[in-house]
Design a protein around this ligand. Structure first.
Ligand code: PEP
Ligand code: MN
Length: 391
């Protein structure tokens, strides 16, 4: 455990790791984990500390965070061109928000490690055939065959290599940019965790910012325990079942020192619930004095099924959730700190609205998981959110 951790947090390995894939072969998993543990970390503690400092400004109300990218990165789509397009789009969104607010914007991708997905069911049935669900390219393949769906520990190494390639492309672009992903696979995360020689503290080495998903934020689970041991900036997704008490307990576990920039709450309540559920949460956290960053994820509470069983999201719902998020913060005098979206620089047709109808979804639906905004939709969203930013 990190010397910086206050209180007693049990070793995460002794706790239930929700969403842990049913790896078929422990010996092969151990071999991959050993290999990763002997490999260089992908990010440095210094870079992580820089992001914490940037996020501290967001917590103070003096900056915004724009975080976005694929729901699930795909190994077979890895290309320098696609990475650059994603980066450019995120930067354009950031510029739009900077222009409207006069505040600096911190830009972070869901990128270079966003390869593992939590799922609501362990299996899925298509045309009477049942197979394990796709859990992200870090675990298995998205194709609906038995071979593809079998978890394969060798994929963890492929994800590491792809993440390293992605970071190389991002670092060549000369602008400050951070990599983030859901820290779901604790075997992978622990294998890449390193102790910083400067300070003796532990850092996740797989990305600058890691977040805990809405399905794995159990206070007594392995994810919260692991995250408590690393000094990176971290985030937690908060869905509609989050009580203020749960949020306060997360703060106690994950940010006992109340370090500004350490902890971000990514709220994803749904357009129809955010105005009811968010005020009490923000008010109680604010009253506690904890310096958390509040960010709106208007994607995950607004997923609907389109004809043909495809998952989609309506642009107007996405916009309505962000509007509710800004209204709640304005009423409480707290800072609406930013936006977390699923988007891509590619010309996909996955979300409906802002130029696309339900009839367009079949044309270019490329996501292996949740529907993303395309470039036009993401920019349109940024312009409309810019109008919500208080002067
Ligand atoms: C996600 O960000 O892709 C995700 C699964 O989100 P959540 O944990 O909020 O459901
Ligand atoms: Mn998603």
């Amino acid at each position: 455990m990190s010397e910086g951790t206050v209180g007693t947090v049990p070793d995460w390995r002794t706790l239930v790791a929700h969403q842990r894939p049913p790896w078929p072969d422990q010996a092969r998993l151990d071999a991959v984990v050993d290999d990763l543990a002997a490999s260089p970390a992908l990010v440095t503690p210094r870079e992580c500390d820089t992001l914490t400092a940037r996020l501290a400004r967001v917590a103070e109300g003096r900056a915004f965070l724009v975080q976005g990218g694929d729901c699930a990165e795909r190994l077979d789509r890895l290309s320098a061109r696609a990475i650059r397009r994603k980066l450019r789009l995120l930067q354009q969104m950031s510029v739009i928000l900077t222009a409207a607010s006069g505040l600096p914007v911190v830009t972070a991708g869901r990128i270079a490690g966003q390869y593992a997905k939590p799922r609501s069911q362990p299996t899925e049935t298509v045309d009477g055939r049942t197979l394990p669900v796709y859990r992200g390219d870090a675990v298995n393949g998205s194709g609906f065959t038995e071979a593809e769906r079998r978890p394969d520990p060798a994929r963890l190494r492929r994800v590491y290599d792809a993440s390293r390639y992605t970071l190389d492309v991002l670092r060549a672009s000369g602008t400050e940019y951070f990599a983030s992903h859901e820290g779901l696979l604790l075997d992978y995360e622990e294998a890449l965790t390193r102790r910083d020689r400067r300070t003796g503290r532990r850092y996740a080495g797989s990305g600058h910012l890691l977040w805990i998903g809405d399905r794995t934020r159990d206070l007594d689970g392995a994810h919260v325990a692991y995250f408590a041991t690393v000094d990176n900036p971290i985030a937690v997704k908060l869905g509609p079942s989050t009580t203020p008490e749960h949020a306060l307990a997360l703060i106690d576990r994950l940010d006992p020192e109340r370090r500004p920039g350490r902890l971000t709450f990514i709220v994803r309540m749904g357009a129809d619930r955010v105005r009811d559920l968010l005020p009490e949460l923000v008010a109680k956290v604010d009253a506690s004095g904890a310096p958390v960053v509040w960010v709106s994820d208007p994607m995950h509470g607004n997923t609907v099924e389109a004809p043909g069983r495809r998952k989609t999201r309506l642009f107007d719902d996405i916009l309505a959730e962000v509007a509710g998020f800004f209204e709640v913060h304005e009423a409480l005098g707290t800072h609406a700190g930013g936006l977390h979206v699923e988007m891509t620089g590619e010309d996909v047709t996955e979300c409906v609205g802002a130029g696309l109808g339900f009839e367009d979804l079949h044309r270019s639906y490329e996501s292996a998981c949740d529907p993303r905004l395309n470039a036009d939709q993401a920019l349109e969203l940024a312009f409309l959110v810019a109008e919500m930013v208080p002067p």
